[in-house]
Design a protein around this ligand. Sequence first.
Ligand code: ATP
Length: 437
Amino acid sequence: MNGTNLATLDLIIALCKRRGFVYQSADLYGGLNGLYDFGHLGVLMKNKIKDEWYRSLFSTGLDIVLFDGSILGPEIVWQASGHEQNFNDPMVDCMNCKRRYRADDPDVANGCPHCGSNKWTAVQQFNMMFQTNLGAAANSSATAYLRPETAQTIFSNFKNIMSSNRVKVPFGVAQIGKAFRNEITPKQFLFRVREFEQMELEWFCHKDESQLFFDFWCKARFDFYRSIGLTEKNVHLRPHSKDELAHYSSQCVDVEYQFPFGWKELEGIADRSNYDLVQHGLFSKKDLSVYDERTATSLVPHVIESSVGVGRLLLSILFDAYNQDTIEGDERTVLRLSPKVAPITAAILPLSKKLTEPAFKIFKDLVPQYGPHVEFDDTGSIGKRYRRYDEIGTPVCFTYDFDSQVDGCVTARNRDTLAQERVSIDFVNQYLQDVIK
Ligand code: ATP
């Protein structure tokens, strides 16, 4: 059995739709470009990714508190942060077919893929924030934006977070939530979309410790990707060159993943200096400095940020795990997912419908602990059921057969090695715990 990773974008998209991970949004009406809905398995997988992210942060033992900000923010927040002025992408229109592209899109250099023309308008700046109005008032005081990053909600509630949680610098605020960007050319499935979830950590520290913590988080974040099973050679850290940095940022490192379409950013780790808090202090006319006991001075903390998109990460995990191999002459598709991120951790399969009742009892005993991450399936041949669970990356299936009634055991089948072993029904949960470790 020689597994080969032959993943292409088309294969991943087809698998996601077929098995209910991800669908095009408003599919019934032809779909909406750059917007996707997550189905049952997609939601389960995203939940595991988020749990692992939280776990990785808290296992550092550092002071970290949680936050969940609103998606809509008043215009002044985005004026203070600089997004209203600067959150632009360069855009060109094809003079022939009028289609729009990001000016730095390789398709622009190569000629318009839609009509073949290579005549473009001059570059214009396009602001990527979605604007809306709050309430019925049609004046500029009601202007709001959908947040293009979650971070600003943390900065604009920084004082409340500090005082209510009794935390002291250095500490972190972690947030998972939706962000919206009106990308000019959404592409590559979940890689570049217009609505997505971000997992962001804002780490507040003394300026003198910002280098120390920047290095610490670069290592911690790299280790996180290893811990959830991404192949090490497919992940690297790429420091930004000076001309890539935002004007307020002293350094930035991208965690990049080797997608079939090249090395691309998975996560950004940035030293944001104290730019955001200083700006919000100026615009709100409030004092955002804190007293630092260790140095006995007042300071506006510096911020190290780690920011990764849940969907983009999910896509990289699928690419990494996708394999095709041959078992006894039959081709199978298998997702070699770490149990930490596999949407279904285990399935309970009675060999025959006649065995449904005792097998279902095993399943019912597991559900309180594993929730929707364990499944019961008594439909179709056992071979077909194994293929289904292989294709969605389920690490282990427990099969209840006619011997089970005699010896009180089930057969545990390993997704990757196909090894089968008898396990006492009383130890199924323990077996599963060992698989998850
Ligand atoms: P890119 O250069 O790919 O547009 P960026 O540098 O603008 O990304 P950041 O602002 O650093 O991205 O956002 C942090 C993370 O949020 C990214 O590393 C990515 O995982 C995710 N992300 C950003 N934009 C999108 C998007 N349009 N679709 C999906 N995920 C995104």
